[in-house]
Every structure is written in C-alpha cells, then in structure tokens.
Design a protein around this ligand. Structure first.
Ligand SMILES: Nc1nc2c([nH]c(=O)n2[C@H]2C[C@H](O)[C@@H](COP(=O)(O)OP(=O)(O)OP(=O)(O)O)O2)c(=O)[nH]1
Length: 216
C-alpha cells in the first residue's frame, strides 16, 4: 500500500521545503493512474491539462520537467471553500508573505492527518473567517503545478450555518480581510488557478455539480 507524505499541522511552507524534514514519500503510480495518463510539455506558470470528459473535475499535472524530484517537497493536499451567499462568494486578499501572495482567494488550507475534506473545510473556514458552515459538498479537484509547487486541491462549497453571520479577519497577518463578491464582479488580482476556473466558466452555484463534472 502506498504511503503518501502528509503535512504535519503547524509546519510553515518554508519549513515544509526543508528537505531534511521532508516526510517519507512513496507514491505508487497505480494509486494515481491519472498522473501517468497524460504527459505534456511544461507550460508557463499553471501546468494543467483537462480530461476530455470533464472540464473541471480533474486536472492532471502533465509531468513538468522538475529537476531533482527526490529533493522537492511532496504535493500539497489542500481544500478551497466556496461559501455561497445569495449570488456571492467569500474572497480574501492574501498578504505578501504567503502562498498566493497579494491575490484574492477562497478560505483554504491544508488537510491535516486523518481529516476528511469536509472537516478540513469547516476547520479552515472557522480558523480564517470565524464562520460556521453547513451543507458542505465536494465540487471538484484541481491537480496542478503552480509556481514550482504541486497542488492537489479539492474544492468544496457550503452555506452559512446562520445567514446573519459576518466574516471576521481572524488571521490579519495572512489576509487583508474578507468580502462577498458577485461572480460577475470578481476582484483582481485573483489567485491564478482560481481565476482560471471561474473565468473559464466554473460555476460553484450549479446544481448537481458533482454529477455534471464526474469523470466518464
Ligand atoms: N488561499 C487560497 N489557497 C488556494 C486557493 N486555491 C488553491 O488551489 N489554493 C491552494 C494554495 C495552497 O497550496 C492551498 C491553501 O493554502 P493556504 O496557504 O491558504 O493554507 P493556510 O496557510 O491558510 O492553511 P494551513 O497551511 O495552516 O493549513 O490551497 C484559494 O482560492 N485560496
């Protein structure tokens, strides 16, 4: 059985890149057959390719030309959460020291050991915005190579447990603040992969989202 390197809670991105502390990372290709399905030449910045049967369900990293792969950190496993309110989603602008620096993005974070995606979504939203969410649903995955980092991000959506809640900026060192944005009036600059999805027609409000984006 394959063991997948997991990021321990509390380890900063800088620490995570310290190869001395890198977790053992053995990934069997058979566990991720999709990773070996498409081999493409690297393209700039966002390295993705879509499966023909699905525009958004899965994006496959196209085996970019990474030097010294064994010295590189393992893929980051994370979640991003579309919190839906009226026709709006919650976005915050990241501060410059962090991943996705200076761009608007979703409440997001990394999966902790033993966590489900839904638990991770609820925890990250609470930690970053103070909001409690309900109706948490899986939407799609985004497997990409962005700025020399392999991101395996699962996107979910949710509603506010109490629609009268207002977001708080719980981590002001990481984020400038949270605002609701209409899908037709999104802020700039937006985190590249998220922008690519939304500008490309991904609609987190769509009903029966999961079925529509299923593979095969
Ligand atoms: N912040 C943010 N990150 C996103 C989005 N889309 C997306 O793929 N990501 C990726 C970038 C990161 O690899 C990961 C989330 O990381 P993060 O930097 O926000 O995580 P964090 O520090 O808040 O959480 P943690 O590491 O303490 O768990 O998700 C998005 O819309 N916003």
């Amino acid at each position: 059985m394959a063991t997948v390197g997991l990021r321990a809670p509390g380890i900063s991105p800088a620490t995570k890149c310290d190869t001395n502390r890198r977790p053992q990372h053995h990934v069997s290709r058979s566990v991720f057959p999709l990773l070996s399905m498409k081999i493409e030449k690297p393209k700039p910045t966002v390295q993705t390719s879509s499966m023909s049967t699905s525009k958004w369900r899965v994006k496959v990293v196209g085996a970019p030309d990474i030097k010294n792969k064994e010295l590189q950190p393992p893929p980051e496993v994370g979640v991003g959460v579309f919190i839906l309110k009226d026709n709006k989603i919650l976005l915050g602008r990241r501060r410059s020291l962090y991943v996705a620096a200076n761009t608007y993005g979703l409440p997001a974070g990394h999966l902790e050991l033993g966590e489900t995606y839904e638990e991770c979504a609820a925890r990250e939203v609470k930690e970053e915005t103070g909001l409690d969410i309900k109706n948490i649903e899986l939407l799609t995955t985004n497997n990409l190579y962005h700025n020399a980092t392999h991101l395996d991000i699962t996107y979910l959506r949710a509603h506010l447990s109490d629609p009268n809640q207002t977001p708080q900026n719980i981590e002001p060192d990481k984020c400038e603040g949270w605002e609701w944005y209409d899908l037709n009036n999104l802020p700039e600059p937006m985190f590249g992969p998220l922008k690519e999805m939304l500008r490309g027609g991904f609609n987190p409000f769509a009903s029966s989202h999961y079925e529509k984006n299923q593979l095969i």
